[in-house]
Design a protein around this ligand. Structure first.
Ligand code: CA
Ligand code: CA
Length: 185
């Protein structure tokens, strides 16, 4: 009994005694911490991605759909699949879209319109259309009612204002979505 008490108090004093990390242990601990951080970042990156069937470019996702629709129907169709009719922000995005459009060799609707004549707006946020890639002589509002933005094949995928009730393929754009990360091993 006496021995037990001695052993117990000895162990307790060992447990409560201060213990300093050796430099090796400290470095091991730091390695583990940094590995955990790397893993966390990787998992975050992995969880944000484009849904299957969507192409990724500069942190956004794009779906090129060939089924011909009117501009209004295309706009609705994009929202139905979690996106919006494409908003072209700058030249690099525009160039990438042209390359992709060229694969299918067809014209596509994009998400801008001038429902107030001459006041071109992106439908997704009603912002002004600042970057433009109009083909020579466009927008010409031909016939007085061309109000929807077409990326036109015969204009080498430069922009045309077209009649909204015409039918074209269309490009939907979306943010990356948060996909559940599962262990696939
Ligand atoms: Ca117009
Ligand atoms: Ca036109």
């Amino acid at each position: 009994m006496f021995v037990n008490v001695i052993l117990l108090s000895c162990c307790l004093s060992l447990i409560s005694a201060e213990y300093c990390l050796g430099s090796e242990e400290e470095s091991l601990l730091n390695d583990i911490k940094s590995a955990l951080q790397t893993l966390e970042t990787r998992l975050k990156d992995k969880s944000l991605r484009c849904s299957p069937g969507w192409k990724e470019y500069a942190h956004h996702c794009y779906n090129f759909i060939s089924t011909p629709l009117t501009w209004n129907a295309a706009e609705r169709a994009c929202r139905k699949i979690g996106g919006y009719l494409v908003k072209v922000d700058d030249e690099s995005e525009s160039n990438w879209l042209k390359q992709q459009a060229n694969v299918e060799e067809r014209s596509y609707w994009a998400g801008a319109a001038d429902f107030t004549e001459g006041d071109w707006r992106w439908i997704v946020d009603f912002s002004n259309v600042t970057y433009t890639d109009w083909h020579n002589g466009q927008p010409n509002n031909s016939g007085g009612h061309e109000d929807c933005l077409e990326i036109k094949k015969t204009y080498n995928y430069q922009w045309n204002d077209a009649v909204c009730t015409a039918t074209n393929g269309y490009i939907c754009e979306s943010e990356k979505v948060n996909l559940k990360v599962t262990n696939c091993n």
